[in-house]
Design a binder for this molecule. Sequence first.
Ligand SMILES: [Zn+2]
Length: 138
Amino acid sequence: MQKRCSCGDVMPMKLRTVIYSNKVEIDNVPIYSCPSCNRSEVFPEVKPDLTGLIGQLGAQPAKQTFLFNEWNEWAKLLVEAYYEHKHSDPAIVRKMTEERIDMLLDLLAVAQATGDPDWMADIHKRLSQLSRSMLQYG
Ligand SMILES: [Zn+2]
């Protein structure tokens, strides 16, 4: 998981803490960071969820900590790949993503059978987060 920085160096992906308004910590955000020029960039695939989370905090947020992996299914998957499998091989992450999508599609069928709209909406949200992350593979 890496991309080329504008300075020419390679930016590996890291799970980092984003601080908002000096008060709110958002942990485990997937970010590309450049070891040469220190430029960093939030993964475009997770940006909508990060800005959505920050948007909900309002202008005067209380001191608090969020785990971004509880908001974004793909961040959750990356955290699992990092801490459980000890690597971030793009092929492994891709395979895990595909398996998670299959699992969620199965779950969606169960949710539809129960007719629970909140549960279905939650699964839809996770599926859209994962399919957005698949765009990077082209
Ligand atoms: Zn750079």
